[in-house]
Design a protein around this ligand. Structure first.
Ligand SMILES: Cc1ncc(COP(=O)(O)O)c(C=O)c1O
Length: 411
C-alpha cells in the first residue's frame, strides 16, 4: 500500500510480546492440550481456575439502582467514592494525609488510565521517567503514547533488596539532565518481581526526592500501589510505608495509583484513580486542572457501575468487613502457592528473585529463546527484561512442581 494511513508519529506502534496476547495464546493452547500450564494471567484465580470473585462485589452489585448503573458518571466521580478510596488506601495514615497535605482524586479507567494520564501530564515531550530495571512492560506503552520514554536503574542491591543507591545516582543524573524528575515506583508487591520495599527504603527515597526538590527542579513521584492489598498481610498492617510521606517537601507532587481491578478482582470494570497529594495547594490545583481535562479528552468519564460498586462497599461497614475477610482468603491462596513454589525451587536449586507478596514470582534468565523453549513444553510465562514472570495468581498448586521442573531445564 502506498498511502500513509498511519500518522508518522504513530508509525513505530506494534505491540510486541504483549501480556494480554500471550495470555490469549495460552488459553487457546489450553483448549487443545489440557496439560498446558498457563502462568501468564495477572488475575487471581481459584484452584479450579475460576476467577476469584468477591462475594461482596456480587452483593453490592444487587443494590445498585438503574441510575447508578446506566447514567454517565461525573468526570470527578462522587465524593463518597473518592473519599472512600482515600480512606481505604491510606488507612491509619489518612488523617496525616488530610491534615498535612492538599489532595485531589481523579477517577480513571483502571490504574492504567491513571498511569497513562500521569505520564502524559507531568513531563515535557521527549523526557524520561525513572523506574527500576524490572518493570511491568505496559509502562513502556504508556510512556511512548505520551511522547516520553523510560530510564532505568538496577532494581536490587548486593543484598537483593531495593537499590537505594542506584536510585539516587540515576535520579540526580536525570534531574540535572532534564530539569525535572518524574519517577515511578511500583510497591508493594512489585509486578513482576514480588519485591516489597522496607520502610527504611522509603525513608531514603523521600530524602533523595527532597534533596532533588531543593535544587529547584520539579519532582513528581508516581507511586503505583496496584497490589497493595496482596502483601500477604492484614490490611491494617500493610499501609505502614505511607507514613514516610509526611516528610515530603512542600512542592513535590505524589500521584498514588489506585487500581480497582486488583483490589476487588474487578478487572473488566476498568476503575482506578489518580490520587494527587502535595503540601502545596498550587501544585494540587494544577494536578486537578490537567487531570480533569485529560479524563474528558481521553476517555470522557469512568465506569459508573464500577465506581458505584466500590463506593457502596467502602461506605458500608458490613461490606468492608466482608471485603477484608475475602481479601484474607485471597492472600492465603497466594501464600500457599508462593510457599510451594519456593520450596520446590529450593529442591531443584532453581534461583528466583525474592518474593514478598503479590501476583508474581520472577526468575532471571540468560536464555533469549526461553519463551519458545517453554512453549514447546506447553508452559506459558511472560518474558520480560532478562527475566521470566510466573503469575502465581493464576497457577493452581497442582501445576507448580511440574512447572518448576521444566523451568529448571531452560532458565
Ligand atoms: C503494576 C501494575 N500497575 C497497574 C496495573 C493496572 O491495572 P488496571 O488498569 O487494570 O487497574 C496493573 C495491572 O496489571 C499492574 O500490574
Amino acid at each position: 500500500m502506498s498511502k500513509n494511513i498511519v500518522g508518522s508519529h504513530a508509525e513505530y506502534k506494534k505491540l510486541e510480546s504483549n501480556i494480554l496476547q500471550i495470555s490469549q495464546e495460552a488459553k487457546t493452547q489450553k483448549k487443545k492440550f489440557p496439560d498446558v500450564i498457563d502462568a501468564t494471567v495477572g488475575m487471581l484465580h481459584h484452584e479450579n481456575l475460576d476467577v476469584f470473585k468477591f462475594q461482596v462485589v456480587e452483593d453490592a452489585l444487587k443494590t445498585l439502582s438503574d441510575a447508578e448503573i446506566y447514567n454517565y458518571a461525573p468526570v470527578r466521580g462522587k465524593k463518597s467514592f473518592t473519599e472512600g478510596v482515600l480512606n481505604w488506601v491510606f488507612n491509619e495514615n489518612v488523617d496525616m494525609i488530610r491534615n498535612d497535605f492538599k489532595y485531589s482524586i481523579i477517577p480513571t479507567t483502571g490504574g492504567s488510565g491513571a498511569i497513562s494520564n500521569s505520564f502524559y501530564n507531568f513531563n515535557d515531550f521527549g523526557q524520561k521517567i525513572l523506574l527500576p530495571g524490572y518493570y511491568w512492560s505496559p509502562y513502556k506503552n504508556f510512556a511512548l503514547e505520551a511522547n516520553v520514554d523510560l530510564e532505568t536503574y538496577p532494581m536490587y542491591n548486593e543484598n537483593n533488596r531495593f537499590n537505594v543507591e542506584g536510585f539516587r545516582e540515576k535520579a540526580f543524573a536525570l534531574a540535572k539532565e532534564q530539569g525535572r524528575l518524574c519517577t515511578l515506583i511500583n510497591d508493594p508487591s512489585n509486578n513482576p518481581t514480588g519485591l516489597c520495599m522496607e520502610k527504611e527504603d522509603w525513608e531514603e527515597v523521600i530524602k533523595i526526592l527532597n534533596e532533588i526538590d531543593n535544587t529547584g527542579v520539579p519532582v513528581i513521584l508516581i507511586h503505583d500501589i496496584a497490589y497493595v492489598d496482596y502483601q500477604l498481610k492484614d490490611v491494617d498492617d500493610s499501609r505502614i510505608n505511607f507514613s514516610t510521606y509526611k516528610d515530603l517537601n512542600e512542592e513535590i507532587l505524589t500521584v498514588v495509583i489506585f487500581s480497582g481491578s486488583k483490589s476487588f478482582s474487578m478487572y473488566g470494570f476498568r476503575v482506578g484513580a489518580q490520587i494527587g497529594i502535595s503540601k502545596s495547594q498550587e501544585v494540587i490545583d494544577n494536578f486537578t486542572r490537567v487531570g480533569d481535562y485529560s479524563v474528558r479528552g481521553r476517555f470522557s468519564s469512568v465506569s459508573q457501575p464500577g465506581m458505584n460498586l466500590i463506593d457502596t462497599i467502602f461506605n458500608n461497614e458490613r461490606f468492608v468487613k466482608l471485603f477484608k475477610e475475602e481479601l484474607a482468603i485471597a492472600n492465603d491462596i497466594l501464600k500457599k502457592r508462593a510457599t510451594l513454589f519456593k520450596e520446590t525451587a529450593k529442591k531443584y536449586d532453581l534461583k528466583h528473585l525474592p518474593y514478598f507478596g503479590g501476583f508474581f514470582i520472577s526468575l532471571k534468565t540468560e536464555n533469549k529463546n526461553i519463551f519458545e523453549d517453554l512453549k514447546k513444553e506447553h508452559v506459558f510465562v511472560i518474558p520480560m527484561q532478562g527475566i521470566i514472570r510466573v503469575a502465581i495468581s493464576s497457577l493452581p498448586l497442582k501445576d507448580i512442581p511440574e512447572l518448576v521442573r521444566i523451568l529448571k531445564k531452560f532458565v
